[in-house]
Ligand binder design. Structure first.
Ligand code: FMN
Length: 232
């Protein structure tokens, strides 16, 4: 099977049958999510796994009563940092340097640059930036689930403030961004299962550009170069 066949197979499952997925498939999907790239490698988010039925019922109540939340096997909640701080960034880079056997100071210049670029942009911008990183991982999880023939429904239809309160996420410096029920489709009760997959036609979706299409804005190349950082 190719990735394109896997992506054709998957769809945003509207009705799941409650069957449990094997632990090794769950682990595989979570590992794909963990391996996702992120800006500067910060991975400013985590994934919360929930299969507790009573808790799923509560979550459904803040997610427009979408049935997949209680009919899934496991619910993944992607929760991103609510902002960047010196401590958070240092923790990531120090761990990275330890794993690579390099001194912590290797990343000092780069870390200061990130803090000076992100700091003035404020907490909301930072939370949004962190949330975007979580969506890359979310996409990887969706593709990995499809490869494993596990159904998944990407869900943004929930009230983040209420979910965060229920799971006490804000107290820990996190905000929920998106959630992903994993399970098996209930073919006989899912209206979407046999519908044609519809996407923007390629000619409207892909545009090739050359210098002829560019606007001469008079902009000079930036002075700052990321090549100058002492990253090994
Ligand atoms: C970020 C995001 C949020 C979504 N939120 C919901 C949702 O709350 N409920 C739902 O049933 N589907 C949701 N969807 C599914 C989309 O409607 C679906 O992916 C899209 O229509 C394409 O169809 P397909 O995934 O079946 O190919 C969401 C998808 C994404 C990517």
């Amino acid at each position: 099977m190719s990735l394109l066949q896997d992506l054709q197979w998957r769809y945003a499952t509207k009705k799941m049958n409650g069957k449990k997925i094997p632990q090794e498939k769950l682990d595989y999907i979570l590992e794909a999510a963990r391996l996702a790239p992120s800006s500067s490698g910060l991975q400013p988010f985590k994934i919360i796994v929930i299969s507790d039925e009573a808790l799923l019922e509560k979550i459904k109540g803040v997610a427009y009563n979408q049935s997949q939340i209680t009919d899934c096997s496991h619910l993944l909640i992607f929760a991103a940092w609510d902002g960047y701080s010196e401590e958070r960034i240092s923790n990531v880079f120090n761990y990275m340097m330890d794993e690579r056997g390099l001194p912590h100071s290797t990343m000092d210049d780069y870390k200061q640059t990130i803090l000076s670029l992100y700091g003035p942009l404020g907490k909301d911008w930072q939370a949004h930036h962190a949330a975007k990183q979580s969506y890359i991982s979310f996409g990887m999880a969706i593709a990995a689930a499809a490869e494993q023939r596990i159904d998944a429904t990407p869900i943004e239809g929930f009230l983040p403030e209420k979910l965060d309160a229920l799971l006490n996420l804000r107290a820990e410096g996190y905000r929920s961004t998106v959630i992903l029920p994993l399970g098996y489709r209930d073919e006989s009760n899912d209206w979407l299962v046999n519908m044609k997959k519809v996407r923007t036609p390629k000619e409207n979706f892909i545009k090739v550009m050359t210098i002829e299409d560019a606007v001469d804005t008079g902009e000079q190349p930036m002075g700052l170069s990321l090549d100058n950082f002492n990253q090994k």
